[in-house]
Design a protein around this ligand. Sequence first.
Ligand SMILES: [Zn+2]
Length: 333
Amino acid sequence: MMSKASVTGRGAVLLGKYVACDGFDKARPLRVVTHIHSDHLLGLRQSLRKCEVVVMTPATRDLIDVMRSPLFLMRGDVKTLDYGEPFVYDDERLTLHLADHILGAAQVLVEDNEGVRILYTGDFRFPGTPVVEADVVVIEATYGNSSRVRHFREDVEDILVSLVEESLMRGPVFVFGYNGKLQEVIEILHKAKVGVPFVMPEKVFHICKVCERYGMRFGRRLLLSQDERAQTMLSRGEPCVAFYHMNSRRRVGENGVRIFVSGWEFREACRRRAENEFTIALSDHSDFHGLLRYVEESKPKMVFTDNYRSGDAIALAKEIQRRLDIPAKPLPP
Ligand SMILES: [Zn+2]
């Protein structure tokens, strides 16, 4: 069991004999991309050049096309797989399963020639993500520390909507988040009938367009930030909601209320950071209890916690051993 999965020092999650997920490994002919967040696209250029096949969901492919360029993936042999659709390579069978995280996100299951089921969860939210039963599980550990539990029971989405509506009375509202999360917020505000233009730079806009193709709904108020109308509204301080990637937070939004959507918030659903600045605890990751419950329901004989990406893989492995009595180990050590 120990040798069926691993996480390398370069962040590749190895499953079975052929698959490397979310990082490049030169001995592996198959590369899987679980989703488009940057810590899961490691070495993708190399994988495209050197792997026989690079596997992802159709939505992930479309998102990479707009984030990089349509030419980027053409450097390699990309195979898109729908959830549940099998891909057989030699004596192993690969399937992708839904992960509730961002559009296109997948869990990866490899079944080997001995019938052993080897799973990598990728990033996921739980409840929300269907549990895949497996013998060996590699699990993300973002909130792997037992203190990473969200105690608040209020509906975070309602709080977000109220905060935006109240703030709009004073002028523009700027929302900062990561790709995927931003689109989730736009959809929440659209469903709540927040009736102002939604302004965004080109990349966020194109990601929205992909999300719409896969069934998300944002209404007809999306406006490019370069657009003259948007520029005028922002400079006059008129009510609108502008959506920017977290990395732009130091460059834009000085003249409005600023809202950060982040999972790294455990005490309250909405926290005031400064006069005009708030954090809303909208997470696309499972908290500590969710991680444990996922492991329990997956019924593995062995667990590896991802100690390459940020989080607390060491604590999570300890708690899995202690509370569930399942052997668990952080990797890389
Ligand atoms: Zn992610």
